[in-house]
Ligand binder design. Structure first.
Ligand SMILES: NC(=O)C1=CN([C@@H]2O[C@H](COP(=O)(O)OP(=O)(O)OC[C@H]3O[C@@H](n4cnc5c(N)ncnc54)[C@H](OP(=O)(O)O)[C@@H]3O)[C@@H](O)[C@H]2O)C=CC1
Ligand SMILES: O=C(O)C(=O)[C@@H](O)[C@H](O)C(=O)CO
Length: 280
């Protein structure tokens, strides 16, 4: 294949740079994780998104080491699982994630879900602040937080999250929450950016793909990048891993971007953060 493209960085609210395109690892079996993450790193990805919930942190860490890249050249995110929201549990879970990854530090650690009916996420966030102060993570953030959850953090805690990782794709454009994040200096990370494949046969997207001579996945990912979001598509298929990084040699018009955003139908592929209270 041709040489790896240069992936632009976004600067987080504490000055830490994060590659705007990364590689997602949800539903990659531990036995397949090493090969998939290594393929991504070989292809040029330098940002890996994992989570304790995914059960593949050990294999992600092994792949980063096997790549031969310097640890400092790979941006690694993990997430606090839902059963560990109590203060002390969160501290222990973070150390366990580091141990499982075999790393001295994380680039980004997120509260995976707010779990509003189960516990108090402000207590969890105070533990995140302590982890941040320990210097073992470069940035802390949240995932699946609604504006109301963030407002409580602003009122009752000190550190503004660096990112909010939320479900965003053409069928769930989340413009209100994305604008709220931006207004507070929080970067939006868009999970399931191709809606797990559901948007790839949409006629609006396939027509643009045909015109610009790219695939529907490339058009959808490019749309997210042009809107300023951070994305990390997942694939265990080498050709798709290569396809999904080839986003930096074409551009969508403002009309394309607006036309794809108009596909919004408020459709989630995953759980609703206001009611999701599942503890694995
Ligand atoms: N914070 C949170 O709550 C959540 C975070 N995430 C994060 O976001 C990442 C991405 O989201 P995810 O849910 O995995 O879904 P994606 O939107 O990335 O879609 C992944 C699916 O699309 C397929 N696919 C990938 N690339 C292509 C392509 N070019 N053409 C056709 N099909 C393709 C994959 O198949 P195959 O693998 O077979 O090639 C897989 O079935 C996750 O891996 C995870 O890191 C996801 C969900 C929730
Ligand atoms: O992938 C993630 O990060 C998730 O949180 C999802 O797995 C989510 O928990 C889910 O889809 C549960 O059915």
């Amino acid at each position: 294949m041709t040489s790896a493209p240069t992936i632009p960085d976004i600067t987080l609210n504490n000055g830490v740079p994060i590659p705007q395109l990364g590689f997602g690892t949800f539903q990659i079996e531990p036995k397949d994780t090493g090969e998939s993450v290594l393929a991504a790193l070989e292809t040029g990805y330098r940002h890996i998104d994992t989570a304790e919930m995914y059960g593949n942190e050990k294999e992600v860490g092994q792949a980063v080491r096997a790549s031969g890249l310097d640890r400092s050249d790979v941006f690694v995110t993990s997430k606090l699982n839902n059963g560990f929201h109590a203060y002390g549990d969160a501290l222990t879970a973070f150390t366990r994630s580091l141990d499982d990854l075999g790393m001295e530090y994380l680039d980004l650690f997120l509260v995976h879900w707010p779990m509003p009916a189960v516990g108090d996420y402000t207590e969890t966030w105070r533990a995140m602040e302590e982890i941040y102060r320990s210097g073992r993570v470069k940035a802390i953030g949240v995932s699946n937080f609604q504006a109301a959850h963030l407002r409580r953090l602003f009122e009752e805690t000190s550190v503004v999250p660096a990112v909010n990782q939320i479900e965003v794709h053409p069928y769930l454009v989340q413009d209100e929450l994305r604008a709220f994040n931006a207004d507070h200096g929080i970067a939006t990370e868009a999970w399931s950016p191709i809606a797990k494949g559901k948007v790839l046969h949409d006629p609006v997207i396939t027509a643009i793909a045909e015109r610009v001579d790219r695939t529907p996945a490339q058009v959808t990912l490019r749309w997210a990048l042009q809107r300023g979001d951070i994305v990390f598509p997942k694939s265990v298929t080498r050709s798709r891993v290569e396809e999904n990084i080839r986003l930096f040699d074409f551009e969508l018009t403002p009309e394309d971007v607006a036309g794809i955003a108009a596909l919004d139908r408020g459709e989630r592929t995953g759980p609703d953060p206001d009611t999701f209270n599942w503890v694995p």
